[in-house]
Design a protein around this ligand. Structure first.
Ligand code: GDP
Length: 296
């Protein structure tokens, strides 16, 4: 389970404060040292950890007093608040266009789970009463178009493709026209993934962006790659600009470092998390629920 070891360590560190009637600065300092180590072991970005601990310390020794809580409980509340802040406080939803269709561009590196997640998102939106259209713009990976068609078939959402001989910008443009004619109110474009970020890929994504002016550019990241995922997010944010992240494979990520770092490093929210391979295993990301999962 995600955050399993972090949860245990944080609860252990903070548990020591719980029963105390009075907290010395030393008590807080010792607890914060353990919190810091636990976050680093969970693969949270170093700078994020440093800032986090500093903020908690300032608030904890800064006499933020609530009569209803013991000093130990207050520190726990502050850690909970700051964990929540770290992940963006409140849930970030998809921003739908005022006049449909809403255009969502999915991007990410190969293997991150982009195609699967594209299908999952279409399925989720369909359940909410939308009429999505999937668009196959990955013309480079031989099986990509077929894979999207299979996924679309499983969730019963149509897939627009023009094979692999057309330029992805033209495909995206034609798909939007097609979607408008057919009453599709959400158009989800599956773009090409590469093994690494390269200029050519970024240029292509930029060209698609310029052509279709998406309402949302969502970056799909593999949680299990930890700080590498954070670096990929930084890079996409700087080169292309993204609206949010979908973090996949959180079901297999015991540490949770990327979930705790992405928002703080890129200032962009995690909008959904992938919790399994099945096409209904995509969940909205709730920072507050995640924080309480960590602190128990
Ligand atoms: P793409 O290359 O980015 O399009 O990646 P795919 O959609 O082909 O996914 C790569 C692999 O990750 C597949 O085996 C998926 O089943 C798997 N996958 C995707 N999302 C999740 C998830 O949330 N949890 C788990 N456990 N596996 C996932």
């Amino acid at each position: 389970m995600v955050f399993e070891s972090l949860a245990e360590k944080l609860q252990n560190a903070l548990g020591k404060l719980k029963g105390k009637g009075k907290l010395s600065e030393k008590d807080v300092k010792n607890a914060m040292r353990e919190v810091k180590l636990a976050l680093l072991e969970a693969d949270v970005n170093y700078k994020v950890v440093k800032d986090f601990v500093k903020k908690v310390k300032e608030r904890a020794v800064g006499h933020e007093v609530m009569d209803s809580l013991t000093p130990g409980q207050q520190v726990i509340k502050i850690v909970n608040d700051e964990l929540c802040n770290l992940m963006g406080k409140t849930q970030s939803k998809i921003e739908f266009a005022d006049s449909p269709p809403t255009i969502i561009m999915m991007c990410g590196l190969q293997g991150a789970g982009k195609t699967t997640t594209t299908g999952k998102l279409a399925s989720l939106l369909k359940k909410k009463g939308k009429k999505p259209l999937l668009v196959a713009c990955d013309i480079y990976r031989p099986a990509a178009i077929k894979q999207l068609e299979v996924v679309g078939g499983k969730v019963d959402v149509p897939v627009f493709s023009m094979g692999d001989k057309q330029n992805p910008v033209n495909i995206a443009k034609a798909a939007v026209e097609h979607g408008k004619k057919n009453g599709n109110d959400v158009i989800i474009i599956d773009t090409a993934g590469r093994l690494h970020i390269d200029e050519e890929l970024m240029e292509e994504l930029q060209d698609i962006k310029d052509e279709v002016k998406p309402n949302e550019i969502l970056l799909v990241l593999d949680a299990m790659t930890g700080q590498d995922a954070v670096k990929v997010a930084e890079s996409f944010e700087n080169k292309l600009g993204i609206n949010g992240v979908i973090l996949t494979k959180l079901d297999g990520d015991a540490r949770g470092g990327s979930a705790l770092s992405i928002r703080a490093v890129t200032d962009k929210p995690i909008k959904f998390v992938g919790m399994g391979e099945k096409l209904d295993e995509l969940e909205p990301f709730h920072p507050d629920r995640m924080a309480s999962r960590i602190l128990g």
